[in-house]
Design a protein around this ligand. Structure first.
Ligand SMILES: [Zn+2]
Length: 65
């Protein structure tokens, strides 16, 4: 028989625990961590590094005579 339990570590606080598949907070340990993660996304903390913050426009090469 398969148990409806999973051993996962919370991606927010790293807390290890056994959660049932009924846990609506998965993969978080609690609603608190879920909200924290959502807050991070809202604050764009999960932004992918490497992209320049300043998007410089292409210099217009107008050479009108
Ligand atoms: Zn947590």
């Amino acid at each position: 028989m398969t148990t409806k339990k999973e051993n996962i570590s919370c991606p927010v606080c790293g807390k290890k625990g056994t959660w049932t598949t009924d846990n609506s907070y998965r993969p978080f340990c609690s609603s608190r961590c879920k909200l924290i993660d959502l807050g991070d996304w809202a604050a764009e903390k999960h932004r992918v590094p490497g992209e320049p913050a300043n998007n410089q426009q292409e210099p217009e090469d107008k050479d009108e005579e």
